[in-house]
Design a protein around this ligand. Structure first.
Ligand SMILES: NC(=O)c1ccc[n+]([C@@H]2O[C@H](COP(=O)([O-])OP(=O)(O)OC[C@H]3O[C@@H](n4cnc5c(N)ncnc54)[C@H](OP(=O)(O)O)[C@@H]3O)[C@@H](O)[C@H]2O)c1
Length: 278
């Protein structure tokens, strides 16, 4: 973790959940950290918690208001971050939203909004900082996808598509940035105990609940640690937690087996929902 000492880091979605845990761990390890999100009051509260665990009083810890889906807001935040830090070593594209539901019941806006924030938000922020990284001939970009950016699960048509898109973008980006000395990582968390998960739980269809009931929920601090260790060691694919690693491995090598298990859970939950036995 000493890799991060004196590093200049900007993390989107740093006011809550995984982003806040990651920003706090960065601050604890001596990094200069700026967190970005839309709600200024939430940013202010999170910043206080991050400052409280910082390694030294000399470190920069700050916040910037940003809506990653809005290019003008991204440009303004980029300028503020670069002015405050005087460059950037690590960009963590973590901000995201999730709303599950039956495909025929989700509105067009829910589909479009998840793509706008999760996919285009990642693209917007990455492209805004690219000239800096290329000019420096150094840096690292870490994009937070999801295990649902690697495999689909009932109820996540809109969200998974946006997270698969993040993976496709990152795969090409990694190759394009090789000659520029800039690294890329993608993180694939499964269920993590954050406000986003609590929000999602309100909308999950019965079948989704049946499938995700088998997943061990991780603490955001554990995801933050896995993410930062992965970045420090230059790993491209970062899969936090043993359960997620196992699922990732199984779905890569034995997808039919994972699908058969999930399909069984889905069928059982549908039967129970229709009132003809669990
Ligand atoms: N929790 C899970 O189970 C889980 C699993 C896999 C992947 N992930 C991914 O991990 C990342 C973090 O999720 P989390 O669970 O920590 O969520 P969270 O606690 O809800 O935090 C989301 C953060 O993103 C910010 N945000 C949302 N929309 C934004 C926008 N348009 N522009 C700028 N900031 C925005 C939020 O602040 P404002 O609302 O104030 O903007 C907040 O700081 C997301 O990309 C999520 O998809 C989460």
């Amino acid at each position: 973790m000493r890799y991060f000492k004196d590093k200049k880091v900007f993390i989107t979605g740093g006011s809550s959940g995984i982003g806040k845990s990651t920003a706090a761990l960065l601050a604890r390890n001596g990094a200069n950290v700026i967190i970005g999100a839309r709600n200024e009051a939430k940013l202010e509260t999170a910043l206080g918690q991050i400052e409280a665990v910082a390694d030294s009083a000399e470190q920069i810890t700050d916040k910037v208001v940003i809506d990653i889906a809005d290019k003008a807001s991204v440009s303004a935040a980029r300028d503020a971050v670069l002015e405050r830090l005087g460059g950037l070593d690590v960009l963590i594209n973590n901000a995201g939203i999730a709303q599950p539901g039956y495909v025929q019941e989700l509105s067009d806006d829910v589909f479009e909004q998840q793509m706008r924030v999760n996919y285009f938000g990642t693209v917007n922020v990455t492209r805004a900082f690219l000239p800096t990284f290329v000019e420096q001939h150094s840096g690292h970009i870490c994009n937070v996808s999801s295990l649902l950016g690697f495999m689909g699960v009932f109820g996540y048509t809109a969200y998974a598509a946006s997270k698969f898109a993040v993976v496709g973008f990152s795969d090409c980006l990694r190759q394009e940035l090789l000659p520029h000395g800039v690294g890329v990582s993608v993180v694939y968390p499964a269920d993590v105990d954050t406000p986003q998960l609590a929000e999602e739980n309100q909308y999950k269809p019965a079948e989704t609940k049946a499938v995700s009931g088998n997943v061990k929920v991780m603490h955001p601090d554990a995801v933050a640690e896995a993410m930062l260790k992965g970045i420090a060691s230059g790993r491209y694919n970062i899969v936090p937690g043993f359960g997620s690693k196992f699922t990732h491995f199984m779905y890569r090598h034995f997808p039919w087996m994972v699908r058969a298990t999930i399909d069984g859970d889905v069928k059982k939950a549908t039967r129970a929902r229709n009132g003809n036995g669990a």
